[in-house]
Write a protein that binds this ligand. Structure first.
Ligand code: NAD
Length: 418
């Protein structure tokens, strides 16, 4: 008998589903829920770029500011062909709850441009970034909205954004986080998200009283988040057995040598072809028997259709929204716990917060301080969430939304938004 598949819901509907459920459990005022249903502000802009071919290409870009009750808006900028308004809106909502869960003094925002950065030259990306910054610059500010990198963007993109913003408004390094260290970026920002993911796995293993050496880990995606997760998990003793990128995956059930893989990747530009390992597709990779499965690439990769085939004991959401609500339902029925994205990948925004405070104080922390402070916050929030989940008999995702919706609702009421 096959499991009935729930109808597909859009990314923002699925975040809202978690918020409504939390609001029901918390008896949140309907007026507050009404406010959280939509974004505070959504800017949709035409982004004209003169391509190398001399042709003028018009891209579509967005900046969505979901809720700023707890502080300035904060969230990454995604360059991806599928970065449409609904996806950006959902990611902005997630940022509101992620910042609240980590108790950072920020609201939630997200930006995106529908483009394919893999098929654009450096000059075209530079022009696109400057044009995008020019079109959304009026709603940014160090006490208003502070962008950061996300899929398809990186420290170089942030350097261009900072420069474009500075040309119009004056030198303002704190306007973006995730900048190169040479321009005021924080030490450790590049590894921050992956470190947070690895810390969550280490803490979960401790709850399970398991030795990381006995745990097999599969990671989908070998970009910023996936590669740092694999590297740091392997340093913590986990056995990373499979990884992938957009071109495909590799698997060695004895464990991959991540240092050797990094050397391979720096030359080949892909994990594919690395030996000793067997090639696997991204679909097969998700179904490899393992202890911890870490989707660290795209959203919506575990759905009502394939969740029945997952053979991991635990799913660790390093990407944003990698498990759809129907996927979640199937995993819950199969008693496979899901550590939610709002916790697992919050290391990035946490170090972005450290970067912002360092920029405001014109001071730089050494790497060791960044790592110590990040670990402290990740460990504390992990245990707060797991404690709440155990106390209330809720899933880790429900506990995460209970804690964060409660905090956001409180700030909304205190500020008199409703
Ligand atoms: P990235 O662009 O650095 O890397 C993305 C990786 O995914 C690459 O290895 C790419 O090859 C792979 N990929 C792309 N399309 C794929 C496909 N169809 N199948 C399999 N793999 C594919 O992006 P990132 O910054 O590592 O972000 C990854 C995820 O983590 C995203 O969901 C992002 O929102 C989330 N996230 C990132 C950060 C951060 O600090 N970078 C913070 C929080 C959440």
């Amino acid at each position: 008998m096959t499991t009935p598949v729930a109808p597909h819901v859009s990314p923002s509907e699925s975040v809202l589903q978690s918020v409504y459920e939390a609001a029901g459990r918390l008896r949140t005022s309907p007026e507050v829920v009404d406010l959280l249903r939509t974004s505070w502000r959504e800017v949709r802009a035409q982004i004209p770029v003169r391509m190398e071919s001399k042709r003028l290409q018009i891209f579509e870009g967005y900046r969505v500011q979901h809720n700023g009750a707890r502080g300035p808006y904060k969230g990454g900028v995604r360059f991806h062909p599928k970065a449409d308004l609904d996806e950006v809106r959902a990611l902005a909502m997630l940022m509101t709850y992620k910042c609240a869960l980590m108790d950072l003094p920020f609201g939630g925002a997200k930006g995106g441009v529908m483009c394919d950065p893999l098929h654009m030259s450096e000059t075209e990306l530079n022009r696109l970034t400057r044009s995008y910054t020019q079109h959304i610059g009026m709603i940014l500010g160090i006490s208003r909205d502070i962008p950061a990198p996300d899929m398809g963007t990186n420290a170089q993109t942030m350097a261009w954004m900072m420069d474009a913003y500075g040309q119009k408004y004056g030198y303002t390094p704190g306007i973006v986080t995730g900048k190169p260290v040479e321009l005021g970026g924080s030490h450790g920002r590049d590894q921050a998200t992956g470190r947070g993911v690895a810390v969550c796995m280490r803490e979960y293993a401790a709850i399970e009283k398991a030795n990381p050496r006995d745990l097999k880990v599969v990671v989908q995606g070998y970009g910023n988040v996936g590669s740092w997760t694999a590297r740091l998990a392997s340093e913590m003793g986990f056995t990373v057995v499979a990884v992938s990128d957009i071109k495909g995956g590799i698997c060695n059930m004895e464990g991959l040598d991540i240092a050797a893989l990094d050397r391979w990747f720096s030359v080949a530009g892909s994990v594919t072809g690395f030996e000793p390992a067997e090639p696997v597709t991204n679909e097969q990779l998700l179904e490899i028997p393992c202890d911890y499965l870490v989707p660290a690439a795209l959203g919506e990769v575990i759905t009502g259709e394939n969740a029945a085939n997952i053979r991991a004991r635990v799913v660790v959401e390093a990407a944003n929204h990698p498990v759809t609500p129907s996927g979640d339902e199937v995993l819950a029925k199969r008693k496979i716990p899901v550590l939610p994205d709002v916790l697992v990948n919050a290391g990035g925004v946490t170090v972005s917060y450290f970067e912002w405070t360092q920029n405001i104080q014109q001071f730089r922390w050494p790497l060791e301080t960044v790592i110590t402070e990040l670990e402290k916050r990740m460990v504390a929030t992990f245990h707060e969430l797991m404690g709440r989940s155990a106390r209330d008999g809720t899933s880790p995702r429900q506990a995460a939304f209970d804690i964060s919706v409660e905090r956001v609702a409180k700030a909304i009421l205190l500020r008199g938004f409703v």
